[in-house]
Design a binder for this molecule. Structure first.
Ligand code: ATP
Ligand code: MG
Length: 218
């Protein structure tokens, strides 16, 4: 009998970790610690050969791309922005669902501004997604890259619009913003290092199968 190979799974704290727990459980994987409570960045599991690494959501594709993690779970927003190089994306896990939207201040006339050919200033954490969206519409925009609190942009005159994730819309509402365009539906996906999939197929394929069977229906 061949010894089972070590597997590293990259996850981010918060909603992705929380929504991944039931999927891990379905694959028979139980973390030994709660990353919200522990300061550890490497978390053991009930499997001696499987460990979790806790990284920023935007760093998950990078860890998997370079093989520092064999598997990871990341939002479609993060994967599109990253580009997906070196990643096999076998499964939409249907977790952490939200929508990528264009939003503006509720008093801003987006329809006129977008028709008039004026140059729109757009603040976003997702420059590639935003650029592609406005290019498709034939609109000229200046992209202002931010790392957080995009909602503030239009309120302080930094930008005319934002491109951001929206789930309930309550953050937009609380800041006098409104969504004016839907760019795409977002959910999180399983990503696998391409080389690891070949070398550790026997360990990885059962996890993919368990996740597929346990995910919520469409
Ligand atoms: P941080 O909030 O620590 O700056 P982050 O925004 O990258 O980091 P999360 O807020 O945990 O991390 O988001 C992780 C992923 O969850 C996102 O990449 C996206 O796919 C999804 N997500 C983000 N916001 C929402 C939301 N409001 N509702 C549902 N899913 C979301
Ligand atoms: Mg966040």
């Amino acid at each position: 009998m061949t010894a089972s190979q070590n597997l590293t799974i990259a996850l981010s704290k918060g909603r992705i970790f929380d929504e991944t727990l039931p999927l891990l459980a379905a694959a028979g994987i139980v973390p030994a610690e709660d990353p919200e409570k522990s300061r550890k960045l490497i978390i053991d599991t009930n499997h001696p050969n499987i460990r979790l690494v806790i990284v920023r959501a935007t760093d998950v594709p990078t860890y998997v791309q370079y093989g520092a993690a064999d598997l990871g779970i990341a939002g479609r927003d993060v994967l599109t922005e990253h580009g997906g190089d070196g990643l096999y994306q076998p499964l939409d896990l249907r977790i952490a669902k939200c929508r990528m939207m264009v939003a503006v201040h509720k008093d801003f006339d987006y329809a006129t501004a977008s028709r008039a050919g004026s140059r729109l200033k757009v603040a976003t954490k997702y420059p590639n997604i935003a650029m592609e969206h406005f290019a498709k519409k034939g609109m000229h925009v200046d992209i202002i890259k931010l790392y957080g609190s995009m909602e503030l942009g239009p309120l302080v005159g930094l930008s005319d619009a934002i491109v951001d994730l929206v789930s309930t819309g309550s953050t937009l509402k609380a800041n006098d913003l409104q969504a004016v365009e839907h760019i795409s539906d977002i959910s999180s996906r399983l990503v696998v290092n391409k080389a690891a999939l070949k070398l550790k197929f026997g360990e990885i394929q059962p996890i993919i199968d368990a996740f597929r069977d346990a995910r919520q229906p469409e």
